[in-house]
Design a protein around this ligand. Structure first.
Ligand SMILES: *[C@@H]1O[C@H](CO)[C@@H](O)[C@H](O)[C@H]1NC(C)=O
Ligand SMILES: *[C@@H]1O[C@H](CO)[C@@H](O)[C@H](O)[C@H]1NC(C)=O
Ligand SMILES: *[C@@H]1O[C@H](CO)[C@@H](O)[C@H](O)[C@H]1NC(C)=O
Ligand SMILES: *[C@@H]1O[C@H](CO)[C@@H](O)[C@H](O)[C@H]1NC(C)=O
Ligand SMILES: *[C@@H]1O[C@H](CO)[C@@H](O)[C@H](O)[C@H]1NC(C)=O
Length: 578
């Protein structure tokens, strides 16, 4: 009991001097993201909400169960846990619950909300109380992003009483800023000859390339559903979806509107990314009930992605497939946060939820560590518990042809998570046979490699704010004065997700469990049912050593397009085996 004198209540002086406190996230990046400015210190009486991640139990057991329910060779394959089962397993110990509650109550925290698994608490405090509770923290107002989002954050690290070290993983709402758009400009394709040769990627182009017929839609007789989640300060409009389907949804049955919006939908302008996600999820996973998680700026102090994880842990009946537009540089996040989010992704996998993340849109990425360039992996794309989707382009951009690498498609190797056993063989084979491997100092060959699969990511049409926006935004086909950016490989993720939902539909109708966490099965099947993408490399550091080139695709799995893009009838066939 050496910590006796560091008692939880009182003795704040000791916390502040650091003798009785510790920093749970010393490695969290606190630099202001580009485009954000400080508006000065928050008023001490202002209210903010913070999220406390409580230490879970049985995390190792949870990872074993994920393996058992996701591995087709296991007798427990498809025997998913319910949310209540997961709660039973990971719920914090009574000591943890008691200690944290006592600490928060003493600090004056009010209105604390827990989740079914009891491993998160969201509480309201005044800025004054929060700064006393978390020595070191100093709350400031910030504004930034294309939508002038407001946030309250601390530019300085917070500390916690040492007595809490066994009980709290981290406190959310202090450092990480809401994500801003990942869209970026890229050169417009040269249209050969006259205008109008090609319409760009529409639902019928997607459905044709991936061999979907008019019959490949949801039957409307199951409780199958799918969701997209996105955390930009963006909305989608039902009227845009209706217009999109009027223009492009003529040859397949589809639902007219989103079945459920979770979170708040503001009345602002629609965002292109929000529109794109919904429009393509509902065109690939056509006629399947669709939810949208939308969390624009609910409270200034919240981390939207964290809020989404809390929602997952607080609702027992959820859509089977989730496509998520969120990613950060692995190196910018604290290891405590990354590990805890990874456990949350495990909890979802144990329940048979399929989580799909985009692999990113900066190729292998690039940053400099003590003067040396390296590739830059992205998280949660690098989590071993999600299926990560890369991007491709048509080889002939004006025809429905074979696909090649979309040079911006994210991919690479994690510096945090070791290579999971399911991909051991595939990654070893790639590393030993690829003729164009970048220098080994640029990536961590022992890490989890991603993406796992891919889909078209280039040249989509989207309807946003009533305006159809084509892939060519130059002089020829440009319709309005909308910005000339191109939706990126965000759309490959909802497209792949929609197709998995169609496969779930068949599985449910046949009395089989939904696909759940796909990777163990995907790697065992060695790309069966997918078009192997074998041509092209993605981008990386612009220096003499690598000359802007990251990894290259090749036969079989590669860290640019994974196993490849879906050939629906063939994929359905292989994924219909029990
Ligand atoms: C979780 O759900 C319960 C019951 O619906 C609700 O009372 C609680 O506030 C929710 N928790 C959070 C953190 O929102
Ligand atoms: C699917 O599409 C490919 C290429 O577009 C084609 O070669 C193939 O025959 C199609 N049908 C099936 C069932 O794979
Ligand atoms: C589409 O779903 C509806 C129910 O939402 C159902 O009535 C209809 O038959 C479905 N369409 C097709 C072609 O299966
Ligand atoms: C669908 O039905 C099954 C079986 O009744 C149930 O376990 C599951 O939670 C339901 N899913 C949704 C999304 O409602
Ligand atoms: C490489 O990845 C492993 C996990 O696979 C990790 O433990 C190690 O720290 C990483 N190395 C670097 C230099 O990041």
């Amino acid at each position: 009991r050496g910590l006796q004198h560091c008692h939880l209540l009182g003795l704040f002086a000791l916390f502040v001097t650091g003798k009785c406190s510790y920093s749970p996230e010393p490695d969290q990046q606190r630099r202001l993201p580009p485009g954000w400015v400080s508006l000065g210190r928050a008023d001490p009486e202002e209210e903010l909400s913070l999220t406390f991640a409580l230490r879970q139990q049985n995390v190792k057991r949870l990872s074993e169960l994920v393996q058992a329910v996701s591995d087709p060779g296991s007798p427990h394959y498809g025997k998913y846990l319910t949310l209540e089962d997961v709660a039973e397993l990971v719920r914090p110990s009574p000591l943890t619950l008691h200690t944290v509650q006592k600490w928060l109550l003493a600090a004056g925290a009010r209105n604390c909300h827990s989740v079914t698994t009891q491993d998160f608490l969201t509480c309201w405090l005044s800025v004054r109380q929060a700064e006393l509770l978390l020595p070191g923290a100093e709350f400031h107002h910030y504004v930034g992003g294309p939508a002038d989002t407001h946030a309250v954050r601390s530019p300085h690290p917070y500390r916690l009483p040492k007595a809490l070290a066994p009980h709290v993983d981290f406190v959310g709402g202090l450092h990480r800023f809401p994500p801003t758009s990942t869209l970026r400009q890229r050169p417009e394709p040269q249209v050969p000859g006259t205008v109008g040769l090609h319409l760009g990627v529409t639902p019928s182009v997607i459905r044709k390339r991936y061999n979907l017929t008019a019959q490949d839609v949801g039957s409307g007789t199951t409780n199958n559903s799918q969701a997209c989640a996105q955390f930009l300060e963006q909305y989608f409009h039902d009227s845009d979806l209706a217009e999109f389907m009027r223009l492009f949804g003529g040859d397949f049955a589809h639902q007219a509107s989103v079945a459920r919006v979770v979170g708040q939908q503001g009345r602002g302008r629609a965002g292109i990314e929000a529109s794109l996600d919904v429009e393509y999820l509902m065109s690939a996973g056509a006629n399947i009930s669709t939810w949208v998680y939308s969390s624009p700026g609910r409270h200034e102090s919240q981390e939207p992605f964290l809020q989404w994880l809390l929602l997952l842990s607080n609702e027992s009946a959820l859509p089977y497939v989730h496509t998520v537009s969120y990613g950060d540089d692995e190196d910018s996040l604290s290891s405590t946060y990354i590990q805890r989010v990874n456990t949350e992704l495990m909890k979802a996998a144990a329940r048979g939820l399929t989580l799909l993340f985009a692999s990113g849109d900066s190729g292998a990425g690039c940053w400099s560590v003590s003067g040396r360039h390296q590739f830059r992996p992205s998280f949660p794309a690098s989590s071993p518990y999600v299926t990560t989707v890369g991007g491709t382009s048509f080889q002939n951009p004006f025809r429905i042809t074979d696909e090649v690498v979309d040079y911006i498609s994210g991919g690479g190797f994690s510096n945090v998570f070791p290579r999971p056993s399911y991909q051991e063989e595939a990654v070893t084979r790639y590393l030993s046979s690829s003729p164009h491997l970048p220098p080994s100092s640029y990536f961590n060959a022992s890490g989890r490699a991603y993406p796992d699969v891919a889909a078209l990511s280039d040249g989509y049409w989207v309807v946003s704010n009533h305006v159809p926006i084509p892939w060519v935004s130059g002089t020829s086909v440009r319709i309005t004065n909308t910005p000339t950016f191109q939706p990126q490989d965000l759309a490959s993720t909802p497209v792949f997700g929609g197709l998995l939902s169609l496969i779930n539909e068949h599985r449910i109708l046949r009395g089989l469990p939904p696909l759940g966490f796909l990777n163990p099965r995907l790697y065992q099947q060695r790309g069966a049912g997918l078009f192997d993408v074998t041509r092209g490399c993605h981008e990386s550091c612009l220096n003499e050593e690598v000359e802007g080139q990251g990894f290259c695709s090749g036969p079989g799995w590669d860290p640019v397009t994974g196993w490849g893009t879906p050939n629906f009838p063939a994929l359905l066939k292989t994924l219909m085996n029990p």
